[in-house]
Design a protein around this ligand. Sequence first.
Ligand SMILES: [Zn+2]
Length: 289
Amino acid sequence: MQISKDAAIKGIGAPEDEELALINRLTRRELTADEVYTFALRLCDNDIDRDFERFDDGALDRLAELFVGAPGVFDHQWSAHGQTARIYRAEAVSEAGMCTADGRPYRFLKGWAYMMRTEENAALIAEIDGGIKREVSVGCAVERVVCSICGEPMDQCPHEKGEEYDGQVCHGVLTGAADAYEWSFVAVPAQRKAGVIKSAGRRLEDEARLGRKYLKSLRREMVRLAGIAEPEARHGLLEQVAGKLDEEELLGLIKLYQGRADRLLSGGVQLSYGEQAVPQEIADGAFLI
Ligand SMILES: [Zn+2]
């Protein structure tokens, strides 16, 4: 389903009384409506993002509380002049009739921010009023990332984000919002959605993912070579066995089967196995001379 969203940022202008009261909870001195400029922005949502991750609804609701008071930063053109804005209100809202890529009701975290109406901010305010095309990105931390397929922690389960299982694309569900540090306006390519910078366990998760990819490739190689060396072995059985072996065992067997496969191939025996057929030029080598 195609989702078309409003611009990420929408200028409002001077705050109403209730809004001003919320702003003044965060300021050192009482501000008047004329002194501040307010705007609304879409901080993040519950749709699956380009990293194949999404927030669960509980995380969005918690982020609404955590984002109040969070500072906004602008890309270098602006930040050099010290422009800052702050979220004074946030709320998880739904948009009638809109669904996420996987068919759940679409919800997003809407934030209301204010900045001082100063000379330095005038050009930035004009840009926001003019409907700037910049994206909003948020920095926050979550407690865990769970697998959308099996519900286990993403770094401990056998599924890979972005891959399909029984017609379902696996993605990580960001659960348990822990902190919201900041948000920013960034210039990004138009087709990209508002970005989310997630920090909790991110590096560990990436490492675990790389480790799983490496093990997968070892397993594939072992099955391929074992298929050549032991042509009578069933492919399914080899895959099952390979799935239970660790790195050291896999490397040992790859070495063993590689030796056998080499001897068999150099003996001129034509072999093929599964999808990984022995290349013709090797198998037919004897006849090419
Ligand atoms: Zn899983």
